[in-house]
Design a protein around this ligand. Structure first.
Ligand code: FES
Length: 137
């Protein structure tokens, strides 16, 4: 697997997402509380853009009348028909065993480490003093 530098961490603040293209593939990069995740930006249903989906969470209930909202901002809802996916894993909540959004490993590397390689920075200028988001493909 090759690693691709897709941008600075400064450009994707906590709770946000951005669309990048790596080797012609659209990949939505999400920042959840400082952790970065990559999902193929095509919903497995009919191809809606997951990068444009609303972020939500899960409702958990231990007994009738009692519930809590958990994992806020970790679930993305496709803007076309509302299928929901776990951003951390790509798993669907309508059929977790069969349907999933393709996910890509994403890491953060410091500029000094990137200078050593073997990374590919297609369009991102790299500075030693900054941190960068890296996608494996
Ligand atoms: S295209 Fe995503 S739910 Fe239909």
């Amino acid at each position: 697997m090759k690693k691709y530098v897709v941008g600075s961490t400064k450009d994707i603040p906590e709770g946000s997402r951005t669309l990048v293209h790596v080797k012609g593939r659209p990949i939505a990069i999400f920042n959840i509380k400082g952790e970065y995740f990559g999902l193929f930006d095509r919903c497995p249903h009919l191809g809606g853009s997951l990068c444009r989906g609303a972020l939500t969470g899960l409702i958990q209930s231990k007994m009738p009348g009692e519930y809590s909202f958990i994992r806020e901002g970790e679930i993305v809802r496709c803007p076309w028909h509302g299928w929901e996916f776990d951003i951390r894993t790509g798993k669907s909540y309508c059929d977790p065993e069969k349907i999933r959004a393709r996910n890509f490993p994403v890491s953060v590397e410091d500029g000094r480490h990137l200078m050593e390689g073997p990374y590919v920075a297609e369009t991102v200028p790299v500075k030693v003093e900054d941190d960068y988001v890296v996608v494996e493909l």
